[in-house]
Design a protein around this ligand. Sequence first.
Ligand code: 13P
Length: 256
Amino acid sequence: MSYLVAANWKMNKTVGETLEYLDLFLPSVKELTKVEIMIAPPFTALSSASIRLDAARKEGEYNVKLGAQNMFYEEKGAFTGEISPLMLSELEVDYVIIGHSERRHKFGEKDSLINKKVISAVEHGIRPILCVGETLEEREQGKTLSVVERQIRSGLSGVERDMIYIDIAYEPVWAIGTGVNATPEQAQEVHRFIRSLINEISKGNDSKTRILYGGSVNEKNARELIKEKNIDGFLVGTASLDPERFYRIITEVMEV
Ligand code: 13P
């Protein structure tokens, strides 16, 4: 299982800015191996990014994977403003981020909806990255592990045997976009717990499931975090918006 370093650009970058970024970024990672790289631009830039990544692949450049930041679970219908798995598959999207904390807390997504999206992604051959994580209040009340357990058990309900097609991201809400990352010890405690949980629910069929850490990852803290045994990569927000900073995070991961 190789490390996965994924960029979640959130609601940032136009099509023009996406292509500019890729023109700078793709040559820099040409020689890199060992690490899987994924970029999740906004929906509007997916098509252009897909064409650019495909061209890079054909030119023998690094195989950077494409991700979407969200997805609805139905294939089509009267769901104004939503994007379906068929639409993502057509653009050769490899990954989809599901249940990001901003979807949960700013758009009210519940575990049951998130579960339907995870199931649909797996059914359509798009690898979901299920995001989980506690708020500051929940951490202070000592509820971190119980919140994460609930999010994982309900998010994965019905796909427990399909864990080889799923990755998890632990993103403590208090660490997202705040500049305050979880310490390696704090992250390790939760990652170890998640590993044992998915091992239990998948009956050991989780060997390909990576547990990513997300929350203020940058080029300075990446190395100490990735050294932890159960941290299998990163989901990076702010620092991934700059191609040089994202590249440096990837090289920190490669050195381990
Ligand atoms: P930041 O890296 O900006 O904290 O965002 C993390 C995140 O939400 C990635 O999905």
